[in-house]
Design a protein around this ligand. Sequence first.
Ligand SMILES: [Zn+2]
Length: 337
Amino acid sequence: MNQDLEKIKIEYISKIDSVTTDNQLEQIRIEIFGRNGKINDLFSQIKNISPELRKQYGADLNQLKTELEQILKNKSVIKSDKLKSDTPKPSVFGLPKTGHLHPITQTERQLNDVFLKLGFSLYSGPEIVTDEYNFKRLNVPANHPARDMQDSIYIKEPEYLLRTQTSTIESYLLAQKSKELPLRAAFAGSTFRNEKVNRSNHFVFHQYQAVVVDKEVTMKDLIGTMDLMFKTLYGPGVVVRYRCKYYPEVEPGVGPDMQCFSCHGVGCPICKYAGWIEMGGAGMIHPKVLEMADINPKIWSGFAFGMGLDRWTMAQKNIKDIRTLMGGNLAYKPNEK
Ligand SMILES: [Zn+2]
């Protein structure tokens, strides 16, 4: 995004962030989207932009508008959600109302806030995907042994399947944005694998992913971003370690583990007595992946990391069984055993 617009975005994000009353929120909404608001003002200045930059400026401006709308909407949903839980009202069955956003959605929005502040843009992608974008463009050709790591659910073999990972959105994005670099993107979604269901596994799970492609991006940027994200979500005292891992789409690859929230490293059934919980996978984007998207790896480098949202949410809300997240008991209590 254009640097001036980026600055405006960050300025408004922090303003929206500090809002505590409905009145203040409405004031900011008018300041941004009112008839004489910032967005209309910026649109009216398009004519002053040089013709060759005008198209990109317009696209950036539209993106700014969409993102600020979304942030305002999230803020009001969170507020009304809090209001609801503060003032329980009896339902027709005489039970108190306990409605709230799904815990996964709550985590997703928390992460969105973190990444928007870091200048990332939010994206989404299709759930039914082609083998090419789910595997081949992520450096997993046909018959590659890494395919065994992801037991896939095919819609029409061998071409169409349910995406097994949010990296699929990464491969679509790299292909689409190869001529509009640098890229800072964050996205979340449901992913699907042919897994047996038990307390820690499910065939539908949710991932969050962030991708950066720029010049001179290093492992230091990756670890720094991940550390910041863990601290924002779990507080400054969170203990995270990084281990070398293999993922075909990155080189080198790392896996962050968080010290178990339940036993604090001693060992318990949640962490399978390891004391640590695997929180996802990350690494520097493999040069072959960039090449397949028509991006020159001699000029551009990047990192990607993906995390299971389910385990994060469970860690945050102290939920001990992943099936709770897919079950019908929407009125679960966070500390229910
Ligand atoms: Zn444990």
